[in-house]
Ligand binder design. Structure first.
Ligand SMILES: Cc1ncc(COP(=O)(O)O)c(C=O)c1O
Length: 420
């Protein structure tokens, strides 16, 4: 089932009046798809393990636990140390290669910056709390992906990965893992095909919603089927974020994210993380990170942690913009295949030809032409310009930002008219 069909099935079509943004609603939770995603998360709440919040640099007692709080509250406090007179809420980044570490190294909280940094630990506590697992931060989403693939797979293992997800995963598998004796089976993001392919697999890699085509899975059932087949399951949750989908609570072994997107959210840094249900797996990934040197910078980690507090607010606004755009796009007869599965603020649509797509993009004045998604600015690109053939040549992937929905819709409609 395509993302578009699923969105339609869910009753989110603007024609039924269920999800369109209306003036004066700013600050109110959007109706339709996003609201249903939130309701589903509420249903899932409390099912997964949640680690305690971070100790502060001095090892003081952690702040009180997050149980029972709403997401918007938990995310503002996630990973913060306990209150201390005259201390900041979120301590600043610590820039250190070596730390003072005299004598027995077991006594030293930090020794060398490739191993540990107090900012990594705080951000990891925040992410672990949100994902419901044990988090490890990496220098990029791809560094996190590579750590999982290299740490968990060896000769004779079989990886099942999507043909239509973020292409870096399949490329890494084909160009590096296959040469080292790991079998690679690539399948489309479709529940039945994945469940069939999982037989004999060591690791199944899922991405839902998938980037760039926005296909979506029946996640809980497909995870269960893969696990019954004896495979571990990883879910790339970059598009949905832990505020819209928590794969560990749905039975996944690992969740991976490019934090360069929604989590950091300001289009100004590259970062990634993995959260594992099993603490030992997380420890193995952390050890891989130290050896491979895939550590993030302290400043990037701090910026991402600071940005986390606004994730709920940013997502709610981005969803308003996305839903207003989807409503407007579905009214037009010169736009086809409008895809918006919810769970994120990424929208896809087809303008029929590369030529029209290019004319449309150059006619935009507010929406910026750029790759990636999840930032404050509404951006769009003709996704097939990357040449991976995953979507039609006239397909536009648009990432809704936090501008006024009326301005974004007007800009897109004007550019569509000009590109006819
Ligand atoms: C779904 C998804 N996963 C992983 C990545 C890789 O993340 P990064 O660019 O932070 O290395 C991306 C990047 O676009 C992505 O979209």
């Amino acid at each position: 089932m395509s993302a578009d069909e699923r969105a339609g099935e869910g009753g989110s079509s603007p024609k039924d009046g269920g999800s369109a943004w209306a003036p004066g609603e700013a600050g109110v939770l959007p109706r339709g798809v996003a609201a249903r995603a939130r309701a589903e998360l509420e249903r899932q709440r409390g099912r997964g393990p949640r680690p305690a919040v971070a100790p502060d640099d001095a090892g003081a007692a952690p702040a009180s636990g997050p149980e029972g709080l709403a997401d918007a509250t938990r995310i503002v406090r996630a990973g913060l140390p306990s209150a201390g007179q005259g201390r900041p809420f979120l301590p600043g980044p610590v820039f250190a290669a070596p730390y003072h570490a005299a004598g027995d190294l077991d006594e030293a909280p930090h020794v060398y910056g490739r191993m540990t940094n107090p900012g990594f630990e705080r951000y990891e506590h925040a992410l672990g709390e949100l994902d419901g697992g044990h988090a490890v931060v990496f220098a990029s989403g791809m560094a996190a992906v590579a750590a999982i693939l290299h740490h968990l797979l060896g000769p004779g293992d079989l990886l099942v990965a999507p043909t239509d997800g973020y292409p870096g995963v399949a490329q890494l598998a084909r160009e590096h893992l296959a040469l080292r004796g790991v079998g690679v089976r690539l399948v489309p993001t479709a529940d039945e095909q994945i469940r069939r392919a999982a037989k004999g697999a060591s690791l199944v890699w899922l991405e839902t919603p998938a980037n760039p085509g926005l296909e979506v899975l029946e996640l809980e059932e497909t995870i269960a089927a893969c696990r019954r087949a004896g495979a571990r399951v990883v879910v790339d949750n970059t598009l949905a974020t832990p505020l819209r989908q928590r794969p560990l609570e749905l039975g996944a072994d690992l969740v991976v994210s490019s934090d360069s997107k929604h989590l950091a959210g300001h289009s100004d840094l590259i970062l990634g993380h993995v959260s594992a249900a099993d603490e030992e797996v997380a420890a193995g990934l952390r050890s891989w990170r130290t050896l491979a040197g895939a550590v993030p910078g302290p400043f990037e980690t701090w910026l991402a942690h600071r940005s986390l507090a606004t994730l709920e607010v940013r997502l709610a606004r981005q969803e308003q913009v996305a839903e207003a755009l989807v409503a407007a796009l579905r009214e037009r007869d010169d736009v086809s295949d409008v895809r918006y599965p919810g769970l994120s603020s990424v929208v896809g649509f087809d303008l029929g030809s590369p030529r029209r797509a290019r004319t449309f993009l150059s006619a935009l004045e507010i929406v910026l032409e750029a790759t990636s998604f999840g930032g404050l600015h509404t951006t769009a690109e003709r996704r097939d310009r990357h040449g991976d053939g995953q979507v039609p040549p006239g397909y536009i992937r648009l990432s809704a930002g936090i501008e006024d929905p009326r301005d974004v819709v007007a800009d897109v409609l004007t550019a569509l008219d000009r590109s006819r």
